[in-house]
Design a protein around this ligand. Structure first.
Ligand code: GTP
Ligand code: MG
Length: 136
C-alpha cells in the first residue's frame, strides 16, 4: 500500500481550507497517517524544492513556502500518489479544472494552495524529510 506527502501551502492555511482539503481525501477513502501545522525553515524548504534550485523562481518559491505555517500530511491508500495529484488539479491555473483543489481555490501559479508528491521516489524522499524515516 502506497503513501504520499501532501502539504497545504501558506496561502491555503491563510484561506482556512485545511478542513475542506482533509475532508476531500477522507471522503475519497484515503487514510491520514500523520499531520502537523508548522513553519518550515529555509533549509527544509530548499531541500524540499531542491529539484527547482536552478530555476529563476526558486528564491520566490522558498520565500513563499516559509512565509507562514503549512499543514504537512502523510496519506495512505491504493494509488494515492497519482490520485492525489489528480484531485489537486494541474499546476497552471488555466489548466486546473473546477472540482479539483486548485481549480476550486487558486488563480495563480505561485500561490496554488497545495503540494503533492509526484512519484514514489519523491513521496519517500518528502515523507522522510518532513516526518522522518518511521513514517516512510
Ligand atoms: P508542487 O506540488 O508544489 O511541487 O507543484 P507541482 O508539482 O504541480 O509543480 P512543480 O513541481 O513543477 O513546481 C513547484 C511549484 O513551483 C509550483 O506548485 C508552483 O507554485 C511554483 N512554480 C512553478 N513554476 C513557476 C513559475 O514559473 N514561477 C513561480 N513564481 N512559481 C512557479
Ligand atoms: Mg512538484
Amino acid at each position: 500500500i502506497e503513501k504520499t506527502f501532501l502539504m497545504v501551502k501558506p496561502d491555503g492555511v491563510e484561506r482556512q481550507v485545511i478542513g475542506d482539503i482533509v475532508d476531500r481525501f477522507e471522503r475519497r477513502g484515503f487514510e491520514l497517517k500523520g499531520a502537523k501545522l508548522m513553519v518550515a525553515s529555509k533549509e527544509l524548504a530548499e531541500k524540499h524544492y531542491a529539484e527547482h534550485a536552478e530555476r529563476p523562481f526558486f528564491g520566490e518559491l522558498v520565500d513563499f513556502i516559509t512565509s507562514g505555517p503549512v499543514f504537512a500530511m502523510v496519506w495512505e491508500g491504493e494509488n494515492v500518489i497519482k490520485l492525489a495529484r489528480t484531485m489537486m488539479g494541474a499546476t497552471k491555473p488555466e489548466d486546473s479544472n473546477p472540482g479539483t483543489i486548485r481549480g476550486d481555490f487558486a488563480t495563480t501559479l505561485s500561490h496554488n494552495i497545495i503540494h503533492g508528491s509526484d512519484s514514489l521516489a519523491s513521496a519517500e524522499r518528502e515523507i522522510g524529510l518532513w516526518f522522518g524515516s518511521e513514517l516512510v
